[in-house]
Write a protein that binds this ligand. Structure first.
Ligand SMILES: *Cc1c(COP(=O)(O)O)cnc(C)c1O
Length: 344
């Protein structure tokens, strides 16, 4: 198996485990558009319990969950405040504008973490010339900032202040279980005060398909209609929910392994010539490192890795991105370090 390709481009490349495939094959199903899929109903109920929210909605992708959340909370012509490197703004085909008719109001941050002291400068109420703020969106962990985790008090301050001026808060928690693992707290504590939160069952939790949106019963009831409009009303989706239940119940327990592998990679990289990275800031499963000092573009480094059996991605022309996950063992990550050492 030594010449097997090690794929660290993203945790989206994970494949369903044998246990997931077995559960999928045996899943009890029904028509979910009629609300009659018992496995899917169980997944939504368990997710709501785990997050301490009234209700949950299964959706095919994280992008659809974010799109629905923005639509639930905003009116046409409002603004959505988010970080300037957020997934919502950069990687979702302008769905904020396309579906909800809103404008993104990005705020640049050094570490991906929005703070109320900065947000408040961009919050607006309706006036004859300016569009009002409809929603604040926070990304936890922050993907392009390198898997950065929000301190809980920062989330709570944003929610408290936003709510006091009548603005809702949505958390893009695609990797919120990674945040919970790092902080060693339940996700319910992280998401306690946000109005809606979405997370991905795919990615680090290893399910083949699916994300979930959580919030009040009223918000989720509305969200169900937007999901149908977007073409996300699925029928015997219990096949997917069966894998999702394993992702939800079992997979969070092992995320610490991915975090340890990411830290090991970051520490090794910090000693390589021309590489800039602070391993102390690698707290979850994403490792982003600056290769400007090597004089070689990140895309070229990615190509050289590929030629040596290692797949990595790029965050921009000077930054390489590596993501650890359940299909890459610590041995695989050690092998990845050897390849990187050889190339760099
Ligand atoms: C992956 C991701 C999404 C969207 O998920 P898809 O299922 O790929 O649509 C949203 N936000 C963040 C931070 C992500 O990493």
């Amino acid at each position: 198996m030594t010449d097997r390709i090690i794929d660290l481009r993203s945790d989206t490349v994970t494949r369903p485990s044998f246990a997931m495939r077995r559960a999928m094959a045996g899943a009890e199903v029904g028509d979910d558009v009629y609300g009659e899929d018992p496995t899917l109903n169980r997944l939504e109920q368990r997710a709501a319990e785990i997050f301490g929210k009234e209700a949950a909605l299964f959706v095919p992708t994280g992008t659809m969950a974010n799109t629905i959340a923005v639509k639930i909370h905003t009116l046409h012509g409002q603004e959505v405040i988010c970080d300037s490197r957020s997934h919502l703004m950069d990687w979702e085909l302008a769905m904020v504008a396309w579906f909800a008719g809103c404008l993104v109001r990005p705020i640049a941050t050094e570490d991906g973490i929005l703070r109320w002291s900065e947000i408040k400068k961009s919050v607006k109420t309706a006036s004859p010339h300016r569009s009002p703020t409809g929603l604040i969106e926070i990304e936890n962990t922050h993907n392009m900032a390198g898997g950065v985790v929000y301190p809980i008090h920062v989330i709570n301050e944003i929610c408290h202040e936003a709510h006091s001026v009548g603005i809702k808060v949505h958390m893009d928690g695609a990797r919120v279980f990674n945040a919970a693992c790092h902080l060693n707290v339940p996700v319910s504590e992280i998401a306690a005060n946000v109005d809606t939160v979405m997370f991905c069952l795919s990615k680090g939790l290893g399910a083949p398909v699916g994300s979930m949106l959580l919030g009040t019963a009223a918000a989720i009831e509305e969200g169900r209609l937007y999901r149908k409009r977007l073409g996300g009303g699925m029928r015997q989706a219990g096949i997917l929910a069966a894998a999702g239940l394993i992702a939800l119940e079992e997979m969070p327990k092992r995320l610490g392994e991915d975090h340890a592998n990411a830290r090991m990679l970051a520490e090794a990289l910090s000693d390589m010539p021309g590489v800039k990275i602070d391993p102390k800031r690698v707290n979850t499963n994403i490792v982003i490192f600056d290769v400007s000092g090597t004089g070689v573009k990140s895309a070229e480094i990615a190509d050289r890795c590929k030629a040596n059996g290692l797949r990595v991605s790029t965050a921009n022309p000077t930054n390489v991105r590596i993501v650890t996950h359940c299909d890459a063992s610590s041995k695989d990550c050690e092998r990845a370090i050897e390849v990187l050492r050889k190339i760099l």
